[in-house]
Structure formats: structure tokens, C-alpha cells
Ligand binder design. Structure first.
Ligand code: CTP
Ligand code: MG
Length: 180
């Protein structure tokens, strides 16, 4: 029971895990802040671009739709139902992840951290908070059934671990210039 809840919650987080990585792969071009500064620092910095944000949102949404397609087969194999993603939930999880990451860059710039600087804790949880927050806002009932408190707690602990591992791999593969 708890196992299926946790598995379901991690499944439901997959569309939120993908956007940051897609942004790394496909990002670049015009920065969202258009080069503007606040005080003597950039508002967001060159690391947050329109293209990266759009690519991340699209990639996360496509993953959610692919999971919808796979879920009956996987549910049959594991013996319990898995959450599915209505389109607005798919977009909320993906775009929310990007918003969380953008919010983190805003906070990094305000606290004097240059582009690429680490902010332990924030780096690992920004996109979870953004994705879950936006999903809770646009689909409160879906959110409540998919993420009961136990599942939410597991997601909050497991995600930073997964994030550290995937970013480490991306760094080793030369896709990312810092391992965070
Ligand atoms: N990226 C992007 N658009 C986004 C998020 C990321 O284009 N909305 C791309 C950028 O090329 C960025 C890279 O993905 O450099 C890595 O993302 P991230 O680590 O979030 O950005 P940083 O460059 O480290 O900048 P910051 O310090 O603001 O996090
Ligand atoms: Mg970074």
C-alpha cells in the first residue's frame, strides 16, 4: 500500500524531473531578463533563457503524455494503478519545475551568487516546489489524491538525491559545466 503510494508519487514527479535536463540540452539564446539588472546584479542571468524554458516545458509535457500511454501496461505489470496526467496537470508540473528553477536563479542573484554558483538545498528542491506548487494550484483534487502526506515526504527526500545523481552524470558526460 505504502509502496504503491510512493511509486505512484515518484511516477507523478517524472514530468517535473525532465524539464531542467531538457533546458540544459536545448537552452541558450535570448535570456528571459533581456540582460536587465536589479541593483548591480542581473535579474536572472544568462542561464535562464526563453528557449530553455520552452524546451523544458515541452519535454516535461511530452513525458507526461508518454507516461499516460504507458501507464496501463506498467500498472498491469506492477499490480497497482498509476497516476495519469490530464493535459493541464502535465503542463503545470513541467512549467512549474521551470518556474521554480527561475525563482531560484532570482534568489541566487539577489544573494550575490554569480551564474552557475551553487546554492545547496535550493538547487535540489527549487523545481520540486515549483512543480508541486503549480500542480496543487491548477489541479487541487488531482494533487491531493496523487500526493498524500507520506508520498509528499518521500518525494521531498528522494528528489534531491536523484537530482544530485543525474546532475553528476550530466557533468561527467560534459553536458553541464558544474555538477549541481
Ligand atoms: N537553461 C536555459 N533556460 C532555463 C534553464 C536552464 O537555457 N530556463 C540552460 C542554460 O544554458 C543554463 C543551463 O541550462 O546555463 C544550466 O541550467 P542551470 O544550472 O539552471 O543554470 P546556470 O547557468 O547554472 O545559472 P544559475 O546560476 O542561474 O542557476
Ligand atoms: Mg546551475
Amino acid at each position: 500500500m505504502v509502496g504503491s503510494l510512493v511509486a505512484g508519487a515518484l511516477w507523478a514527479m517524472l514530468p517535473a524531473y525532465v524539464p531542467n535536463n531538457a533546458a540544459v540540452l536545448f537552452g541558450g539564446g535570448r535570456p528571459i531578463d533581456g540582460g536587465r539588472t536589479w541593483g548591480d546584479r542581473r535579474v536572472l542571468g544568462d542561464g535562464k533563457t526563453w528557449r530553455g524554458t520552452a524546451a523544458g516545458t515541452l519535454a516535461g509535457t511530452l513525458v507526461a503524455l508518454a507516461l499516460n500511454f504507458l501507464s496501463p501496461t506498467v500498472a498491469e505489470a506492477v499490480g497497482f494503478a498509476l497516476p495519469t496526467f490530464p493535459l493541464h496537470v502535465a503542463v503545470a508540473l513541467s512549467f512549474g519545475a521551470m518556474l521554480g528553477d527561475i525563482g531560484a536563479s532570482f534568489l541566487k542573484r539577489r544573494t550575490g551568487r554569480e551564474r552557475g554558483a551553487a546554492f545547496p538545498g535550493l538547487d535540489q528542491l527549487d523545481f520540486v516546489v515549483g512543480a508541486l506548487g503549480l500542480a496543487a494550484l491548477v489541479a487541487p483534487r488531482w494533487f491531493a489524491t496523487t500526493f498524500p502526506l507520506t508520498a509528499l515526504a518521500v518525494v521531498l527526500v528522494a528528489t534531491p538525491v536523484l537530482h544530485v545523481v543525474t546532475n553528476g552524470v550530466a557533468y561527467v558526460l560534459g553536458l553541464k559545466s558544474e555538477p549541481w
